[in-house]
Design a protein around this ligand. Structure first.
Ligand code: NAD
Length: 460
């Protein structure tokens, strides 16, 4: 099939490359000419495991091309996937749909062939219906141009794998023709047994925000438990493990820590609250406000603990920060809890030196006032305190005995509950972690091994 993918960011670039990989002819479109030039040369504009190889295969095969022209896209495509950003609107909790609107308005007048516009961006319930009305006046082809919504559930850091082997495909369609077109697009996945849920557009739009709201709630739930654990001298990592064995609860997304961030969950739950308010059911999702507040509080709690660890004042203290991205295996720093903590420490006068395996350049563009270095050892040199803020596997492999020799004082705050506290303590470190007793409750009690199975890194 001939597909276009409009918007080639974290979602669109991966979608375009993967659609070419399963045999479609794909034209990627973006208004960012620099990005399009890079992609055309087979270079990825951001870090995502597996994307480089998939992109190279697509470009080399000739099945994957890129352009900045919506006219060219309109002439080329049978299916147009809309993958542009839907950020939080300035001064409001609602989603800013201006990029989605711009695509539809830019594409529609050029459409001269029967086609299906398929939204993949995360949007408020009712967006498809509104776009259908707009298209009636904008598209010369009238009813031959249809709109469907096919929300995306990929997780950054696993995006290629998730796109090629999704756990479900949700198709919000208004006709059997749209349903058939989407089944044809995803035919290889359907042959592999991936569930295909065909529904109306409003339900499809809601599935995505409901899924993200549930995940955010689960994370904030365990972070609230971490606050209670700290007050009670209990250990949230053991609590998570014990809760997780209950199959009705499940272990994923029960890792207490610095909370969620990124370009999706925070703005998605806010947009959901805003849309529910417009629909007159704001009270039904009012709990999401607390979910958001609990999440934000993990950042301030982390700064509070950091401050107390260095004696009550961060000013003039050398703080080594491990991690900038909102999750490991990504270079994405949008609404990153790690960067938010680093910025707060810097605002209080802390001398922040930061390292992240992939996120340094993005972090520098947001927070140029921090010092950036390119390895763990250099970051921690002469540090008064080390903050572990993003759970990259590289940080779990640090030898605490070696690192202890280069810091000023061996003190670490593990805000992700991902390090082996016993190992670090035995190497002479003072270790604090969110929701865990400090020092360990009983001298003869074995500290629980860090739970490495499931991290908040599974966020989209
Ligand atoms: P992004 O900011 O990385 O990418 C958006 C891209 O759209 C940019 O390259 C931008 O230049 C381009 N764009 C903007 N206006 C355009 C226009 N008029 N024509 C063509 N291109 C245009 O955003 P993202 O992370 O890829 O997210 C995109 C959407 O997908 C959002 O709604 C997001 O919530 C949703 N989503 C993202 C993820 C994820 O993990 N990133 C997962 C699921 C869903």
């Amino acid at each position: 099939m001939r597909l276009t993918v409009i918007g080639t960011g974290y979602l669109g670039a991966v979608h375009a490359a993967c659609m070419a990989d399963i045999g479609h002819e794909v034209l990627g479109v973006d208004i960012d000419a620099h990005r399009i030039a890079m992609l055309s040369e087979g270079r990825t504009p951001f870090y995502e495991p597996g994307l480089q190889e998939t992109l190279t295969r697509g470009v080399d095969s000739g099945r994957l091309r890129f352009t900045t022209s919506l006219r060219e896209a309109a002439e080329f495509g049978d299916v147009h996937f809309v993958c542009v950003g839907t950020p939080q609107k300035e001064g409001s909790q609602a989603a800013d749909l201006r990029y989605v609107d711009a695509v539809v308005e830019g594409l529609a007048p050029h459409l001269r062939r029967r086609c299906l516009i398929v939204g993949k961006s995360t949007v408020p319930a009712g967006t498809t219906a509104q776009l259908e009305v707009r298209l009636d006046t904008l598209a010369p082809m009238g009813a031959d141009v249809e709109v469907a919504w096919n929300p995306e559930f990929l997780r950054e850091g696993h995006a290629v794998e998730d796109t090629l082997r999704p756990d479900r495909i949700v198709a919000g369609v208004s006709s059997s023709r749209a349903d058939s077109v989407l089944r044809e697009v995803y035919a290889p996945m359907l042959r592999d047994g991936v569930p295909f849920i065909s529904t109306d557009p409003a339900t499809a739009e809601l599935v995505k925000v409901a899924a993200n709201s549930f995940l955010a709630t689960k994370i904030s739930f365990i972070n609230a438990m971490a606050e209670v654990c700290e007050a009670a001298g209990a250990d949230v990592t053991t609590l998570s493990e014990a809760l997780g064995h209950d199959t009705r609860i499940g272990r994923p997304f029960l890792s207490a820590g610095l909370g969620f961030g990124g370009g999706c969950l925070p703005k998605d739950i806010r947009a959901f609250m805003a849309r529910a308010g417009e629909l007159g059911v704001g009270d039904s999702v009012a709990f999401l406000r607390q979910v958001d507040e609990i999440n934000g509080r993990q950042r301030s709690r982390t700064v509070d603990i950091a401050r107390s660890m260095v004696g009550g004042d961060l000013a003039g203290r050398r703080i080594a920060v491990l991690g900038a991205t909102f999750k490991p295996n990504s270079d994405d720093v949008r609404d990153s809890p790690a960067l938010s903590v680093a910025a707060a420490v810097h605002r209080e006068g802390g001398i922040v030196r930061l390292y992240d395996p992939e996120g340094i350049e993005n972090a520098r563009s947001v927070l140029p006032q921090l010092e950036y270095v390119h390895d763990v050892a250099k970051t921690c040199e002469d540090a008064d305190l080390v903050l572990h803020l993003t759970e990259w596997s590289e940080f779990r492999r640090i030898d605490p005995a070696v690192l202890a020799a280069s810091v000023s004082v061996p003190r670490i705050l593990d805000a992700r509950n991902a390090l082996d506290a016993t190992l670090w303590r035995s190497a002479g470190w003072t270790v604090r972690a969110l929701g865990r007793p400090t020092p360990p409750a009983l001298p003869n009690q074995q500290a629980t091994a860090p739970v490495t199975a499931v991290y908040s890194s599974d966020l989209g």
